[in-house]
Write a protein that binds this ligand. Structure first.
Ligand code: DGJ
Length: 767
């Protein structure tokens, strides 16, 4: 509900529902934030207004008539420098090279069901919502006609804000900084950011918010694998299940900036928006400058409660309409198994095997066009490599479909190799650093997406292939950081959005997966076009525990590409059981990515079971409500649940000698209902026991010999199973699991586990 109220005390705005609320008031023309977070009522405005503000000491008063008009001590929903607020400003404007305060004051407001999407250059969340637009005009005589449009959209689980600066003054202004949102929150917080780099994205880091400013920013041109734009502010006593937590994110794929800083009177100022680094956007008369949507969610049910709000918002309002809550196919991707080296018959053999295992979609990754036999050549060209694919893409797609699979294809349209026909014909199309010229990353240059002829080239080239070939999926990759910052980097992302919109909006059934060397662009902007994003080039399941846990705070499982790959792993050389690789990948948009021609018969059998298990429960895995459960001794426990079932993955890193008893904790909807618990049957490999086998076999065999090697490839040896019947209450308290291997012999009920072991449990209500 949005309500605007005017009485003797002034004009107030209320946006709220059962999940969160925001109360604002106009004071001296400025936008005071009375409340943000827990649901309150519109009638609470007067009671929640700090009337005795601290206008004393050396404070500067905004209104000489009112001793309480110190903006520095007032909680605000928008601010600027030059009016007595000395906290960080959400806006900076230069006129003739000099900083100038706009002195923006309330002008008028209106409500609308939809934001002005037609005039907007940004992608927006969509779905049921109401929007309040508050217009602030410049009270600075030099800037008469300059105005700010502040948009507040209330969705079911989040509040979305954005800002537009409109220059109807008679002079040109330069935007140095313009944030999407500014809020002053009361309370004492810990800020969680999700940081890392290539193959170690989104690791959670916590810092207490204090009087020094904490900045979460990306400057590599993209939302980045360095610092995801999403972050959290949690009350100091919050945990996974209780306490106040705010979540913030941006519908933006470029350089971003957010900050949190506590003020002397106890408010925490939070800013969210595009990065001001290098920004100086000239705005001649008549121009608009638009910021992306900033998302704010709140929960009093701890981090898990907050994640649920963000997940629902993304599944229901961010990803393209066609793919909302629509199940994703199990895919096989050629990359890690083949890299650039394949033939058509190799691909068909892989497709046949993938189909036999239960995969539904075959994806041909890099290497299908131009002279692309490694990463030095071919990017920018779209002519199929006939040496590898004599039947062309159409022929390949036909053959893949004849095997009973859908067909998907990889593109990297934003980049070009100097060794390509595209670059030779258009060397002026590339994006160069203003200082250092052509800067290479993975032997490639980015195309300048701010040029309309470049955008047309990409749209026409990709569309022609999509129209000529029977294609159900596209992987859109981008493998380097940008050589530019500031306005150029901002306009690049707008160019990218235009390209994605032109290609994919007319083809909504194509499942688009975003990718940028893995997670260099895992953000809500890309999710507006691509319902899923390749979470990381690191598919080692133990590394994925950190990466996917980090992502899970802000993004739902349906959005995270997660594949089973080979062991030892290409990025870590770590050897992990197939069961754990599967159990981790289940909590995402699941697939396979290794050379199936190298599969052992026992793995093949297990993979068939794994894929059948996933498919039978995929709705729960992809769209069930996700939680991070309690787990002992550094283990990780993920839970997804819906009306039909609850699934819990319990994962270990290194196994200790003489391990303690282990417990499964889960959160079920009905505390007094009776539930059955059953672990997914999983196999052990004979080779895991090496020479120790002589202790349990009647004869002694050479652990490296042919007999045991053959047994290892073929023999199905099951790990100990868990079965239990108990109440929801017992599961919340934790039920003990069967004994783990501890060096005192082996029997079939023992859970062997070992390093990097895991289990997957299905919990169902008993009929
Ligand atoms: C980087 C991606 O993250 C990989 O999955 C793969 O598509 C390669 N690029 C191909 O070059």
């Amino acid at each position: 509900m949005i309500r605007k109220t005017e009485n003797d005390s002034g004009l107030t705005f209320f946006l709220g529902n059962e999940r969160l609320s925001c109360l604002m008031k106009i004071r001296w023309g400025k936008l005071q934030l009375l409340h943000m977070g827990a649901p309150v009522l519109p009638e609470d405005a007067d009671a929640m207004c700090c009337s005795t503000l601290f206008g004393w000491g050396n404070d500067v008063l905004y209104s000489q008539e009112d001793n309480g008009s110190s903006l520095d001590t007032m909680p605000l929903a928008w601010s600027e420098t030059g009016a007595g607020d000395y906290r960080e400003s959400p806006v900076e404007i230069l006129v003739d090279g000099e900083p100038l305060s706009g002195d923006f004051v309330y002008s008028y407001s209106e409500t609308a069901d939809e934001p002005a999407a037609e005039t907007s250059v940004m992608p927006h969340a969509s779905g049921e919502h109401e929007t309040l637009k508050i217009v602030m005009r410049s009270d600075n005589a030099l800037l008469d006609g300059l105005r700010l449009e502040l948009y507040f959209s209330l969705f079911d689980t989040v509040l979305v804000r954005r800002t537009v600066l409109v220059n109807d003054s008679d002079r040109s202004v330069c935007v140095k900084k313009l944030m999407s949102a500014c809020v002053d929150l009361k309370g004492d917080y810990v800020m969680s950011t999700f940081d890392g780099g290539w193959i170690r994205e989104t690791h959670r880091h916590d810092v207490p918010v204090s009087y020094s400013r904490i900045v979460n920013e990306s400057t590599n041109g993209f939302s980045s694998n360095r610092h995801n734009p999403g972050f959290l502010l949690a009350a100091r006593d919050a945990n996974e299940d209780s306490g106040e937590v705010f979540g913030f994110n941006l519908v933006w794929s470029g350089n971003h900036y957010s900050s949190a800083q506590r003020s002397a009177v106890g408010f925490t100022r939070v800013l969210q928006g595009i990065s001001p680094e290098g920004l100086c956007a000239e705005m001649p008369q008549g121009q608009r400058f638009e910021t992306p949507d900033a998302v704010i969610a709140w929960s009093e049910r701890g981090y898990n409660g907050l994640s649920e709000r963000m997940h629902d918002f993304i599944n229901d309002c961010v990803v393209p309409k066609y793919w909302r809550r629509r199940e994703r196919p199990v895919l096989f991707n050629s990359w890690e198994g083949c890299m650039f080296s394949f033939t058509e018959s190799k691909l068909i053999s892989l497709a046949r095997k993938a189909k036999k295992l239960g995969c539904e979609l075959f994806v041909l990754d890099d290497g299908w066009f131009g002279e692309r036999n490694d990463d030095h050549a071919g990017l920018g060209d779209y002519n199929v490599n006939r040496k590898k694919l004599p039947g062309g893409l159409e022929g390949l797609s036909r053959r893949i479909h004849a095997e009973g699979m859908q067909f998907g294809l990889w593109f990297e349209p934003e980049a070009v190799n100097p060794d390509s026909d595209c670059y030779r014909a258009h060397p002026d199309w590339v994006l160069a650093s203003p200082g250092s010229g052509e800067l290479y990353g993975r032997n490639e240059l980015l195309l300048d997406l701010t040029k309309s002829e470049v955008r047309d080239y990409i749209v026409n080239s990709v569309s022609a292939i999509l129209d000529a070939t029977d294609i159900q999926y596209v992987k859109w990759d981008m493998n380097r950081c940008s050589p530019v910052t500031g306005e150029k980097a901002y306009e690049y992302i707008l160019g990218l959005y235009e390209v994605l919109g032109r290609i994919f909006r007319p083809r909504p059934q194509i499942l688009l997966e975003g990718c940028a060397s893995g997670g260099n662009r895992f953000d809500l902007g890309m999710l507006c076009f691509a319902p899923q994003i390749w979470a990381s080039d690191d598919t080692d399941p133990i590394e994925r525990l950190n990466i996917q846990t980090g992502l899970s705070y802000l993004y739902p499982q349906s959005t995270m590409g997660a594949h089973i790959s080979a062991a030892p792993h290409a990025m870590t050389l770590r050897n992990t059981p197939l069961s754990t690789r599967a159990n981790v990948s289940f909590f995402g948009a699941f697939g396979l990515e290794f050379d199936l021609d190298r599969m052992q018969p026992v793995d093949e059998a297990e993979l068939k079971d794994i894929i059948a298990y996933y498919k039978a429960r995929r709705k729960t895995f992809q769209f069930g409500c996700f939680r991070r459960n309690r787990a002992e001794n550094g283990a990780v426990c993920w839970q997804v649940s819906d009306a039909e079932r609850c699934l819990c993955g319990l994962f270990h890193r290194l196994v200790p000698a003489g391990p303690e008893l282990e417990w499964l904790c889960a959160e079920l909807p009905e505390k007094d209902a009776v539930y059955t618990v059953e672990s997914r049957p999983q196999l052990l490999r004979v080779r895991q026991f090496g020479g120790l086998l002589k202790h349990i076999l009647p004869i002694e065999l050479d652990p490296e010999g042919r007999v045991l090697r053959t047994a290892d490839r073929h023999y199905k040896m099951y790990d100990g199973k868990t079965e239990a019947v108990c109440s929801g209450r017992a599961l919340r308290a934790g039920i003990p699991l069967g004994k783990r291997f501890s060096g005192t012999g082996y029997d079939k009920d023992l859970r062997v586990q070992g390093d990097f072991g895991s289990n997957l449990f299905e919990i169902k209500k008993q009929n």
